[in-house]
Design a protein around this ligand. Structure first.
Ligand SMILES: [Zn+2]
Length: 206
């Protein structure tokens, strides 16, 4: 069993929450709140019981049965289909933890915090190419993301591109995502997989 101690306020011991995971070895994380990243996603520093929290992560937090079930599905993608893509095409996942607070179930997904230089005119072509490559890799791994078109789920990590948020993803047997040829080069061509085809034509129009 693995534990996660969430410290929201170092001056207020009562703000600390304890969560558990049954499939993350026997790591014992201590996480200290840094700031809000966006609604439901927080920046935390984590360490184990022997070290001061130092690594910065993005922590997704949900409350309630329905939201927890959705997070459980997302965590399962990270632990299964996306296992080999962690740290390259998708963020590294540090674990999925749950607890009950006042009778309400809560869940936390611990992910690599992604940040990179802004996408300026010089990088736009490169980012488009890397995003397309990442989408192909995702499909090869058997995952249809379901919400890639507007681009907000492609994030920079240094000069790489990661795909995030698998809340509406579904297992997928891709008909044409197996091609390893360069994608996203701006030329339009036919692709049998709807998600990849839509993405290719979106990038071709830009
Ligand atoms: Zn596909």
């Amino acid at each position: 069993m693995s534990t996660l101690q969430l410290i929201w306020d170092t001056k207020s011991p009562s703000s600390t929450q304890q969560l558990w995971s049954w499939d993350n070895g026997n790591i014992h994380y201590t996480a200290q709140y840094v700031r809000l990243i966006r609604k439901g996603v927080y920046m935390f520093r984590i360490g184990n019981r022997y070290t001061e929290p130092s690594d910065v992560i993005a922590l997704k937090l949900v409350r309630g049965k329905e939201a927890l079930e959705e997070m459980e599905r997302e965590a399962s993608f990270y632990q299964n289909q996306l296992k080999d893509l962690q740290g390259t095409v998708v963020p590294k996942c540090y674990g999925f933890y749950t607890a009950k607070v006042g009778g309400t179930p809560i869940g936390c997904l611990l992910l690599e915090h992604c940040s990179g230089p802004p996408v300026d005119i010089v990088r736009r072509q490169e980012v488009r190419y890397k995003s397309m490559q990442a989408a192909y890799a995702l499909h090869r791994a058997g995952v249809l993301h379901g919400d890639l078109v507007d681009g907000r789920h492609f994030v920079s990590m240094g000069h790489d591109i990661r795909i995030i948020d698998f809340a509406v993803a579904v297992p997928h047997k891709c008909v044409s995502g197996l091609s390893k040829r360069a994608a996203g080069h701006g030329r339009q061509h036919t692709c049998g997989c709807p998600e990849l085809a839509t993405l290719e034509s979106t990038y071709a129009r830009l």
